[in-house]
Design a protein around this ligand. Structure first.
Ligand code: IMP
Ligand code: MG
Length: 173
């Protein structure tokens, strides 16, 4: 079954914003060893596009967390489902996420990653829904702040569908 999806941020706007973020990150990490950590599955499209536009070398790793069922609300009960392949000790880590909503996922992730002694730990998200925050997270790089609506596309899903849309859309539930 297909839900109705309307465009919130166009493919071109997403592409332009990611290129600008990559320029900013390349500058900030010019003399560092940038290690990107993608939060699966939603962060994959964003990390791929972002990393292609970086003008500095970087390494990549992946991690999966769960806090959502198939619904649209965070449980606040976050778990590591797939851990990193490599140590982050002494590395300049930048976590790449699709969206910060309640903040539970990144709040938990930052606490777990900081225990592993990275040289630095920063956060980057394509989308931010500040009105929905329940716990504090400091996000260093934000693509777009959006209103409180359930969005899909560019990695974001509704019941595992629509991750492949090239734009950010709103599902009419
Ligand atoms: P948080 O823990 O509430 O901040 O939620 C983080 C995770 O929930 C994100 O990484 C997404 O996977 C998912 N999420 C939050 N809001 C949306 C949305 O509007 N559409 C799709 N997934 C979402
Ligand atoms: Mg996510």
């Amino acid at each position: 079954m297909a839900e109705k999806v309307s465009i919130l941020i166009s493919e071109q706007e997403v592409a332009d914003r990611i290129a600008a973020m990559a320029a900013q990150i390349s500058e900030a990490y010019r003399d560092k060893d940038l290690h990107l950590i993608c939060v699966l599955k939603g962060g994959t499209f964003f990390m791929t596009e972002l990393s292609k536009h970086l003008s500095i070398p970087c390494s990549l790793d992946f991690m999966a967390l769960s806090s959502y069922g198939d619904g649209t609300k965070s449980s606040g009960n976050v778990k590591i489902v797939k851990d990193l392949d490599e140590s982050i000790e002494g590395k300049d880590v930048l976590v790449v996420e699709d969206i910060v909503d309640s903040g539970h996922t990144l709040n938990y992730l930052c606490r777990r990653l900081n225990e592993r002694s990275p040289r630095s730990l920063k956060l980057c998200t394509l989308l931010d829904k500040p009105d929905r925050r329940e716990v504090f997270v400091h996000v260093d790089y934000i693509g777009f702040q959006i209103p409180d609506a359930f969005v899909v596309g560019y990695g974001l899903d509704y019941q595992q569908k629509y991750r492949n849309l090239p734009f950010i859309g709103v599902v009419e539930l």
